[in-house]
Ligand binder design. Structure first.
Ligand SMILES: *Cc1c(COP(=O)(O)O)cnc(C)c1O
Length: 355
């Protein structure tokens, strides 16, 4: 794919069928293959993975390895890169299961909030960032932290789930590794779990592929194909979701507490986000007084469902404290879907009693 093309073109044409062939990638449901070609046994590689790995890798500027979920991608990366006694820097406000996973590893964990301050990276093996962070939507300077990590001999990884491959390219900013859950906006239809790791180093890509083959937990071709299908409309969906977030931000501004959306000029993270992100998405956070207020809000809304994911076609609200995130009881991570902007904003406004 011509790298000069825009993102919309690149995701639509990520896989090119020739005359007489289907337009997009098709799922290949084989476990064993006739020997003599690229594939031998589907646990170590198959054509459906390769289509998606090449599409995501080309968007992110590295080598992509797909996994059956975001957590499979993250846990494989951590197990591959870290040895006993290593030091890992991890966001204290990032995805809660990443923190839970490392608490069971024999490594020294140093936590730092996404917005900083960060400790010295001397003696650190891996720095894992998450920007914008989930759920707080704070942002950190990937390029500056990559420089600091490399000076100390550490690797820098970025969980790019919230941003998506179209919203941010961490490898271009100096990161060594991108990890992501494609369960969210990339697949985008709330019908599949998926994840990937994209790395600059071919040697690390090989180690991750080997780890996937040995571990044996692999994505199915059907799931891989669903993600491929979702990717084709990511540009269009993000456009509507970001527009919905922008208009909703204005409608909620000054009327709810703790409103965050890095795409808004008034957001404290905006300058940095605008510098390193390529576009914004549809995820905002805000605070209602308590858990009951969140429940009432969802009940009174016609379009918003309570669900613990984000980036899908449907607008969803998630009260993060119920999952153990260290946030106020009434904090809502709100994911704008692809509904008509006027419908969504008026529905949310009436459900919050702002009319
Ligand atoms: C959802 C999520 C994950 C985990 O991904 P799964 O696909 O649910 O396993 C990891 N990181 C972030 C930032 C997420 O939002």
């Amino acid at each position: 794919m011509n790298a000069e093309f825009g993102d919309g073109t690149r995701v639509v044409h990520a896989v090119q069928g020739g005359p007489g062939e289907p337009f997009g990638a098709q799922p290949v449901f084989a476990s064993a293959f006739h020997l003599g070609g690229a594939d031998t046994y589907a646990r170590s590689g198959n054509p459906t993975w390769r289509s998606l790995e090449s599409a995501l890798g080309s968007l992110e500027g590295g080598e992509c390895v797909v996994f059956p979920s975001g957590m499979a991608a993250i846990s494989t990366l951590l197990r591959t890169v870290l040895s006993t006694g290593d030091t890992l820097v991890l966001p204290s406000d990032g995805y809660f299961l990443s923190r839970r996973f490392v608490s069971g590893m024999d490594v020294r964990i140093v936590e730092a909030p996404t917005a900083g301050p960060y400790p010295s990276f001397e003696g650190v093996r891996l720095v894992l960032l998450e920007t914008p962070s989930n759920p707080g939507l704070d942002v950190c300077d990937i390029a500056a932290l990559a420089d600091a990590a490399h000076e100390a001999g550490a690797l820098l990884a970025v969980d790019n789930t919230t941003a998506t491959p179209l919203g941010q390219r961490p490898l271009e900013l100096g990161a060594d590794v991108v990890v992501a859950s494609d369960t969210k906006a990339v697949a985008g239809h709330s019908d599949v779990l998926f994840g990937h790791v994209t790395v600059a180093s071919p040697e690390l890509a090989t180690r991750l592929r080997d780890a996937r083959t040995l571990n044996g937990a692999i994505p199915g071709p059907f799931e891989t194909w669903l993600v491929m299908r979702g990717l084709g409309t990511l540009d269009l969906r993000l456009e509507r979701q970001a527009k919905n977030a922008a208009v909703l931000y204005e409608a909620l501004s000054g009327r709810v507490e703790g409103l965050r959306w890095p795409g808004a000029e008034r957001d404290p993270a905006h300058l940095l986000a605008a510098r390193q992100m390529r576009r914004f998405n549809g995820v905002l956070t805000f605070e209602l007084p308590d858990a009951e207020a969140v429940e009432e809000f969802v009940e009174r809304s016609e379009l918003v469902s309570a669900a613990t994911s984000f980036g899908g076609l449907h607008s969803t609200a998630d009260r993060r404290a119920q999952w153990g995130d260290p946030v106020p009881e009434g904090l809502v991570r709100f994911s704008c879907g692809c509904e008509d902007t006027a419908d969504l904003v008026s529905d949310v406004s009436q459900a919050l009693g702002l009319d």
